[in-house]
Design a protein around this ligand. Structure first.
Ligand SMILES: [Zn+2]
Length: 294
């Protein structure tokens, strides 16, 4: 959850800031996804929301695969008919593919919405999304969930049955992506001692999405030129494997065991395989929703 130092999404294609907002907010701890009940372009929605007569706004608008910025994340949009909700959430208005019940959205915009939610969670330190079901008693119950529905605060259908039926799946998809990022980010810090670069992170996440196993990705880091060029001692190599594969510092007995194997001539990749086939690594893969059949 972010409470200061706000940024905006790098996914934004069009910016048309609306005067319909309040300066500042409490924090960013969740989201309200709206439908715009409009089948037009993002720009058309932004231009409407830029008029004071509209008296409403979202932080972001998604349509035809594009993202529009309407209100900076650091400010409160006028979106959910509830001050406290708007002060604690980012609001995203998604254009419809048909402006009537159940207010469907296109697959292209569904995927763009997922991308935007993942990015907003990442930048705002939101570890996971949770939707406990369409129950107005859950409004502002942050311990129950952080995906609020506009209809809980006003006599509206928003976001419509199409999105409500998919809200739990949206959370699952976003959470899966967030966990995969955590897994890869840890390989960067443990093996390469640095934060991921955007194109490298994207490469490994695509590999995982396309079915690469956790072991294959981990092996890719340890056999990379960048890692090999670190030219680590046996002790530092083992410590890097603990950090990268298991996300923790070594225990002394375990570390001594692996170092003694190396000092007696074992290959480094044999030691790596010892980590990759450990119960601890296998359970980390399972926890992160990552395949790990050898
Ligand atoms: Zn709404």
């Amino acid at each position: 959850m972010r409470t200061s130092g706000y940024t905006n999404s790098p996914l934004v294609d069009i910016t048309e800031l609306s005067p319909n907002h309040t300066l500042g907010r409490t924090c960013i701890r969740g989201f309200v996804v709206h439908v715009t009940v409009s089948v037009g372009t993002v720009l058309a929605v932004l231009l409407w929301l830029a008029r004071t007569i509209a008296q409403s706004s979202y932080n972001y608008v998604v349509g035809r695969g594009q993202v529009g910025l309407c209100v900076d994340e650091r400010n409160r949009a006028w979106a959910s008919s509830n001050r406290e909700c708007d002060m604690n959430t980012l609001s995203i208005g998604v254009n419809n593919s048909s402006a009537s019940h159940p207010y469907p959205i296109s697959d292209q915009d569904y995927n763009k919405l997922i991308d935007l939610l993942v990015d907003c969670c990442e930048r705002n330190n939101i570890m996971a999304l949770a939707f406990a079901g369409d129950n107005a008693n859950f409004r502002l119950q942050w311990s129950r969930g952080n995906m609020m529905l506009h209809k809980w605060f006003a006599a509206k259908a928003c976001p419509g049955q199409y999105l409500i039926d998919r809200m739990a799946r949206i959370c699952d998809e976003v959470n899966g992506r967030l966990k995969a990022r955590m897994f890869v980010t840890r390989l960067y810090s443990g093996a390469l001692n640095r934060a991921p670069d955007a194109s490298g992170l994207d490469y490994w996440l695509t590999q995982l999405r396309n079915g690469a196993t956790g072991s294959a990705v981990a092996r890719g880091f340890i056999t990379s030129r960048e890692f090999v060029q670190r030219n680590l001692s046996n002790a530092d190599y083992v410590e890097a494997l603990y950090r990268a594969m298991l996300g923790r510092v070594s225990d002394s007995a375990g570390k001594a065991y692996w170092i003694s194997l190396l000092n007696r001539g074992a290959e480094r990749l044999t030691v790596l395989d010892g980590f990759l086939t450990s119960r601890e690594f296998i359970s980390i893969c399972a926890d992160h929703g990552i395949r790990n059949k050898q």
